[in-house]
Design a protein around this ligand. Sequence first.
Ligand code: SF4
Length: 243
Amino acid sequence: MSTVSGIDWTEITWNPTVGCAKISPGCKHCYAESMAKRLQAMGMRGYENGFELTLMPERLSEPLERRKPTVYFVNSMSDLFHERVPFDFARRVFDVMGRSPQHTFQVLTKRADRMAELCADLAVPANVWLGASVENRKHGLPRISLLRGIDAPVRFLSIEPLLEDLGSFDLRGIKWVIVGGESGRKARPMRSAWVDNIKRQCDEAGVAFFFKQWGAWGMDGQKRSKKANGRLYAGRLWDAMPA
Ligand code: SF4
């Protein structure tokens, strides 16, 4: 089932797989995990296995059936490159995306190594954007190099939750950067100086910058609701998309 996302940088989510497993510190308070458990408790179809990785082949045709040009976030509730997703199944997902040129697909992963492995012998369709999640230096930055090695029309980074200062990093080949802080009761703080550092490097490299949210910790370092902290950075909205 495709659903309206509620995510500011996309329109609709499409989950041809559901479930995942934690792989790095950015996963600690995984939204998909708590949501999957809630949906399982509600008896929602597709979530019978809770957060266990589950293939959903019956959902593969959904984008083909939708005519209205739509921006899809692929696998908001999973990771298409999870070790238990066979490459044959991931290829079927890419095939559907390629046969739906009316849409744009945003595929985001923390398993950039598997994404690079699959894409080594697969032509990424022109309407597919590939992204890597980056939360810190140790786990996140190596994913950027792996992403850069893939021939894709748009490569992007989702730097959320930003957990530390990323220092200086290489943005060559990257067209879009999304930055956000963590939300929720146990959210870890994001400092405004860490965002400043990323924004400055995006400006220098000519990369589109999207500020998603402060999350639970505001620009002033105070904890309050995500809504109260809002989406303004340096006094304005930053919602650039790749050209
Ligand atoms: S990779 Fe994404 S979906 Fe999977 S556990 Fe981590 S945050 Fe959750």
